[in-house]
Design a protein around this ligand. Structure first.
Ligand code: THU
Length: 134
C-alpha cells in the first residue's frame, strides 16, 4: 500500500467535500484488495445528524460497486492543524470490512501522518460474533 500516493488521492477527494456547516473538508482513499482505490468525502446536511463522513462515503461507494475487501484507508483532513482520526461511527463501519491488521492512516498534511491499524482503532468489538460473511 503506497501511503504517500493514497494520501495525495485522499487530499484531492477532500476538494469535493460538501461541508458548508463545519467548513471542515475530509477526503478518504480506500485501498481495495483487488488493487483499485475508491475515494470518499464528507457530505453534510442541514439536519446535522445526517452528515456522512468521508470514510463511510468511501465504503458505501466501494461496496456499491462490488468491492468488500480493503487493505487499508488513508484519510486527509487539510483544514486541521493536527491529524484527525476517524470518528467512532466510522471505526464501527470500517471494522465491518477491514481486518484487525488493516492499515489506517490519517493526517492533515503529507508530513504529518499517523499510521495505525484497524485493531488498534477499534480494539473491543462487542458485536464481533454477529459479523457477516456473506
Ligand atoms: N468528518 C469526517 O468526514 N471524517 C472524520 O474522520 C472526522 C469528521 C467530517 C464530519 C463533518 O462533516 C466534519 O468532518 C466535521 O466533523
Amino acid at each position: 500500500m503506497d501511503i504517500d500516493a493514497l494520501f495525495a488521492i485522499a487530499l484531492e477527494a477532500s476538494k469535493s467535500s460538501y461541508s458548508p456547516y463545519s467548513k471542515f473538508r475530509v477526503g478518504a482513499a480506500l485501498q481495495c484488495a483487488d488493487g483499485s482505490v475508491v475515494t470518499g468525502t464528507n457530505i453534510e446536511n442541514r439536519s446535522f445528524g445526517l452528515t456522512v463522513c468521508a470514510e463511510r462515503s468511501a465504503v458505501a461507494t466501494a461496496v456499491s460497486s462490488g468491492r468488500r475487501e480493503f487493505v487499508g484507508i488513508v484519510v486527509a483532513t487539510p483544514d486541521a492543524e493536527y491529524p484527525v482520526s476517524p470518528c467512532g461511527a466510522c471505526r464501527q463501519v470500517l471494522s465491518e470490512f477491514m481486518a484487525e491488521g488493516a492499515v489506517v492512516v490519517f493526517g492533515s498534511s503529507a508530513k504529518d501522518l499517523v499510521v495505525t491499524t484497524m485493531g488498534k482503532l477499534f480494539p473491543y468489538d462487542a458485536l464481533h460474533e454477529l459479523k457477516g460473511n456473506g
